[in-house]
Write a protein that binds this ligand. Structure first.
Ligand SMILES: [Zn+2]
Length: 251
């Protein structure tokens, strides 16, 4: 079967001396594809196997790995390769996408638009740290690992002034439920009342309607800790690119 699809490269690795194997995210899910000869200097496929590149791919596929017959690149995202920090964020978003997305044809167009949105936002000069928190919120929802952040995860009461995050419960706790949990349990922390509001907003608001947010250092730090703990301890997502990013930005 031969077909055309728009796609974003979310993983790319060399295969032998001259080939590349890429993972494409399409509006209907991921597909692995071999780009023969793409690593040769003069290859017409060289541009279309770079991470974050977006284009229209012509694929031939019987089963398993597809073959890239040709590709027309529509968006190179050059700045995400030129800047070391942006490249590390982009690699992190791409790896997160590979873990969250379903294979074709079971994927979701919302996820495709989300990945395109996060890369565009990064390229457009938005604060990468905040952009990461937005994408992580959405990734948790796509994975089915996001609670209703506006409510206590134990009793469903709307959250008010006093709020705690509990990794064991995979969500936020109200003051009443907090007393049933050991305050020194791992992954247990008091958070500012703006954290539930921000998490809810970032999870449900579409990319195109998420504006620029101004956060205090404390809130930004708490958001990062809550999302990271929820991703790693609750959803089991340990990403290599995250460790690279941490080393680079000094976390
Ligand atoms: Zn409660």
């Amino acid at each position: 079967m031969t077909y055309n699809t728009e796609a974003i490269v979310i993983r790319s690795q060399a295969y032998g001396e001259t080939h590349a194997i890429i993972t494409l995210l399409t509006p209907s899910g991921t597909v692995g594809a071999m780009a023969r000869g793409a690593k040769k200097p003069q290859s017409r496929l060289a541009a279309c196997v770079q991470l974050c590149v977006e284009g229209v791919y012509t694929l031939s596929q019987r089963s398993g790995l597809a073959t890239v017959l040709q590709a027309e690149v529509t968006h190179v995202r050059r700045s995400l390769h030129a800047d070391l920090t942006l490249a590390a964020y982009a690699a992190y978003f791409c790896e997160l996408a590979t873990r969250v997305a379903e294979p074709r044809p079971h994927g979701s167009e919302a996820l495709y638009r989300g990945v395109r949105g996060v890369l565009d936002r990064l390229e457009g000069g938005a604060d990468p740290r905040l952009t990461a928190r937005m994408f992580e919120s959405k990734a948790l929802a796509w994975l089915g690992a996001a609670p209703d952040w506006s409510r206590c995860v134990a009793c469903s009461a709307p959250l008010r002034e006093e709020v705690w995050y509990s990794a064991r419960d995979g969500g936020l706790l109200c003051a009443a439920c907090r007393s049933r949990h050991a305050p020194d349990a791992p992954g247990f922390m008091h958070v500012s009342p703006t954290v539930p509001r921000l998490l809810s907003m970032m999870t449900v608001t579409p990319w195109e309607r998420l504006g620029r947010l101004q956060l205090s250092e404390l809130t930004a730090h708490q958001l990062q800790l809550v999302l990271r703990t929820q991703m790693e301890d609750f959803a089991g997502l340990h990403l290599k690119s995250r460790r690279v990013l941490d080393q680079l930005i000094g976390k």
